[in-house]
Design a protein around this ligand. Structure first.
Ligand code: PGA
Length: 259
């Protein structure tokens, strides 16, 4: 089954409304200039404050919008938090859940990630579930086990037909300039695909699995050439229109790829 190639930008806590608009003014013509976009899904996860202001321009350019986080409750006394319904109102259609910065700095546990993922699905939006091991876990030979635990916790028991994406982001490669070797990443993506086959057999073959962690224009093509790497989740290099467009241009377009 042919999966899309997904080019996703995570702006984290960078770019305000003016900066986001300026980004799109520069990026959209570059995207339109790609020789073949037919297999590409392009999405941006800007700060929450940019979702509504950028929704129309992104919609017109066929760029999907994702929130970076959500709260699992429908409403309540959770100062500073945002429900899935509130995100949906902005025009965003997707939500990142379980990003390692949430897990590391804001105490998102496997259980909380599971609750968020279900809230996103129940609210009719599409989650991007982020998983990945720390350096200590990799060095202890625990990388595959950690990723399995995160996947199983979040996905076990989901209904047979849901839309979601997975992003494998080794924590030690995020914002560090270190990327997993294509072999290491490729091996983990095969492991993730096998776990998806176990946990969600009816849909495992169609779920995109993205790689994230110091993806740049000069390593994107090699990363995306691997079987089971269906795109990239890009932090730092998604902030500049030229580099994010260069990453989109590095996506494989040949119909044989990932068939
Ligand atoms: P990076 O971030 O590309 O800056 O390493 C990736 C991410 O955290 O999604």
């Amino acid at each position: 089954m042919e999966r899309p190639i997904v080019i996703a930008g995570n702006w984290k806590m960078h770019l305000g409304i003016a900066g986001g608009r300026a980004f799109l003014d520069d990026f959209v013509p570059r995207l339109a200039g790609l020789p073949d976009r037919s297999r590409l899904t392009v999405l941006l996860a800007p700060n929450l404050t940019l979702l509504a202001p950028l929704a129309d321009a992104c919609g017109a350019a066929d760029i999907r919008l994702a929130a970076q986080n959500c709260h699992p409750a429908d409403a309540g006394a959770f100062t500073g938090e945002t429900s899935v319904a509130m995100i949906r109102e902005t025009g965003a259609g997707m939500v990142l859940v379980g990003h390692s910065e949430r897990r590391q700095f804001f105490g998102d546990t496997d259980d909380f990630v599971r609750d968020k993922l279900r809230a996103v699905l129940n609210g009719g939006l599409e989650p991007i579930l982020c998983v990945g091991e720390t350096l200590a876990e990799r060095e202890a030979g625990q990388a595959a086990a950690v990723v399995s635990r995160q996947l199983e916790s979040a996905l076990d028991g989901l209904p047979a037909a849901v839309d979601l994406m997975i992003a494998y982001e080794p924590v030690w490669a995020i914002g560090t300039g270190r990327t997993a070797t294509p072999d290491d990443a490729g091996e983990m993506h095969v492991h993730i695909r096998n776990e998806l086959c176990r946990l969600l057999p009816a849909i495992a073959a169609r779920l995109p699995i993205l790689y994230g962690g110091s993806v740049k224009p000069d390593n994107a093509a090699e990363i995306m050439s691997r079987e089971d790497i269906d795109g990239v989740l890009v932090g730092g290099a998604s902030l500049a229109p030229a580099s994010f467009a260069a990453i989109a241009a590095a996506a494989p377009v040949s119909p044989g790829h990932h068939a």
